[in-house]
Write a protein that binds this ligand. Structure first.
Ligand SMILES: C[S@@+](CC[C@H](N)C(=O)[O-])C[C@H]1O[C@@H](n2cnc3c(N)ncnc32)[C@H](O)[C@@H]1O
Length: 203
């Protein structure tokens, strides 16, 4: 990972603002900019997203990668009927909007949709992951399952970003607390409700 704290030009921010307005999703513009910068900094391996919904975060990961090293982005979401812990209702219509978001933001060649539940195929995965973005099922068991499924595929210096990580009542917060308490992971940064962690002593 290269530094992801660069500041963006006004022209770039305005372009990204248009992309934000072109997409539907559950992250703020500031959180989307963080994903863009993290993806731009990814110098090898690939980027894996768990929970794509209608493609907003996938687009920002894709745009960041295009402006960076061009590593592939895998967007994992079954787009099946699902009700999240915050009451959000998801389903097959989201797939239509996901495709629309990829096409209208020129991300259809950098982002590959894997239209299955994240735990279905992680065992046979063989690409190192430089950035893992977890934004699927926010129950404790759901987020832990996603984390456990993918963590062994991470590059040593890889970053793991979680959405909805600042609400003490949700799974991501509890899991991050446990990971940091274990001494094996440390917080790298946070923006809004997104928290980014990394393995300690990876250098
Ligand atoms: C909060 S939305 C994702 C929002 C998206 N990241 C954004 O910012 O625009 C959660 C998504 O996770 C998906 N999901 C739930 N369980 C999943 C699983 N086991 N694997 C992959 N995706 C899952 C749901 O289908 C839903 O689309």
């Amino acid at each position: 990972m290269q530094s992801y704290s660069e500041s963006l030009t006004t022209v770039k921010v305005n372009t990204l603002q248009t992309c934000f307005e072109n997409t539907e999703g559950m992250i703020s513009f500031e959180e989307a900019l963080l994903l863009y910068k993290l993806a731009k900094s990814a110098m090898g391996g690939c980027i894996v997203e768990v929970g794509s919904y209608r493609g907003r975060s996938s687009v920002f990961l894709g745009l960041g990668s295009i402006d960076g090293a061009g590593v592939p982005v895998y967007a994992i979401d079954p787009h099946k009927k699902f009700t999240g812990v915050l009451g959000g209702v998801f389903g097959p219509k989201d797939r239509t909007e996901f495709y629309r978001a990829m096409l209208s933001n020129k991300c259809s060649e950098i982002v590959s949709l894997i239209n299955l539940s994240s735990d279905k195929f992680c065992k046979t995965w063989n690409e190192p992951i430089s950035l893992l973005w977890i934004d699927g099922d926010h129950s404790y068991n759901g987020v832990k399952n996603d984390f456990d499924s993918w963590i062994n595929h991470m590059q040593p210096d890889g970053l793991i970003a979680f959405d909805d990580a600042t609400d003490k009542n949700l799974g991501p917060h509890k899991l991050i607390d446990e990971l940091i308490e274990s001494g094996l992971f440390a917080k790298v940064t946070s923006v809004g409700k997104v928290i980014v962690i990394e393995k300690v002593n990876h250098k």
